[in-house]
Design a protein around this ligand. Structure first.
Ligand SMILES: [Zn+2]
Length: 307
């Protein structure tokens, strides 16, 4: 029998309350979700922020897992302490080690359900291939963005984020709850199947590879002076080309997409995500790529779950 343990995290951002709600209901009624024979631990990522209904207290927990922050003795931010605590408890070398971490988030953008991976770890590519093959979720490959690092799942050998939206921060929503619930169940089923060697790996993986993020036009004091153009609002995952309107000023002036490095269409994501205004991100642009499934991804995944 595999020693694999799966760590499920919700409320890494304290104002994203749908997944924590599902986790709490699950705690009350263990029959709600079949663990499929897996060892599973579910935790609230940032319980102090969750209690206060705020994204974080001192800093974004989901940018607090970089080595320089984890190794800093002087930093007393509560999120750094929590990152260290989560790793001490459930990290790959922790007291109760987990090998896979799945981090459930919600977004205010019209993203539907999607999976986010950080870099190209073969084990992650194998696992999201299984889930995409089962329910067709888009996979956002976040890489090459040095200003955004220290994501929670990167501190575990395998892991990804589940993003579900749109939903306002701090608001329970029936569709988001159901999508969270279903995605959680399918993740566990697919991991369990891989242990019993019944996995059906696809021939291809479709990724939306991160190209760049774009900030709002701002004035000298840093305030946004234009808003997302009405034609772009809600167009997450839909192709746009150079010349497509991105922002509009109150006087009617328009800022169009204009980047000569884009030959083909690009796919915007996290359009107008409320939490990203502070990160100077109005939207991110991705390139859709179809990758051939590489057997080394499967081999690395099997090596992990049988380790
Ligand atoms: Zn989040």
């Amino acid at each position: 029998m595999s020693n694999l343990q799966v760590l499920l995290v919700a409320g890494t951002h304290g104002n994203e309350i749908n997944a924590p709600w599902v986790f709490n209901q699950w705690k009350e009624n263990q029959d709600l979700i079949d663990r499929c024979g897996l060892k599973v631990i579910s935790v609230i990522g940032n319980p102090l922020a969750f209690e206060k209904g705020t994204r974080y207290l001192h800093r974004d927990l989901n940018r607090s897992f970089s080595l320089d922050l984890l190794n800093s003795e002087k930093n007393t931010d509560s999120e750094i302490s929590r990152a260290k605590q989560l790793l001490a408890l459930y990290g790959p070398s922790g007291q109760n080690p987990s090998q896979i971490a799945i981090d459930f988030h919600s977004t205010t953008a019209c993203m539907g359900s999607s999976l986010v991976i950080y870099g190209r770890r073969p084990v992650d590519l194998a696992l999201v291939s299984l889930i995409q093959n089962r329910i067709g979720l888009p996979v956002y490959l976040h890489e090459g963005n040095s200003s955004q690092k220290g994501f929670l799942v990167e501190a575990w050998p395998c892991g990804f984020v589940v993003e579900i939206g749109p939903v306002p921060q701090g608001s329970l929503n029936s569709r988001i709850i159901q999508q969270t619930f279903q995605t959680l169940k399918i993740c566990l089923e697919e991991i369990s199947k891989s242990i019993t060697s019944k996995s059906c790996f696809p021939e291809k993986l479709v990724v939306h590879r991160h190209l760049k993020s774009i900030d709002f036009p701002r004035d000298s004091s840093g305030q946004p002076i234009a808003y997302i153009h009405g034609d772009l609002e809600g167009k997450d995952w839909q192709p746009i080309k150079n010349g497509y309107p991105l922002f509009e000023y109150l006087n009617g002036d328009i800022v169009n997409l204009c980047d000569n490095s884009f030959i083909d269409e690009v796919f915007p994501v996290f359009i107008n995500e409320a939490a990203y205004v502070e990160k100077n991100i109005a939207l991110s642009l991705t390139k859709k790529e179809v990758w051939r499934f590489d057997d080394c991804w499967r081999d690395a995944f099997y090596a992990l779950i049988n380790s």
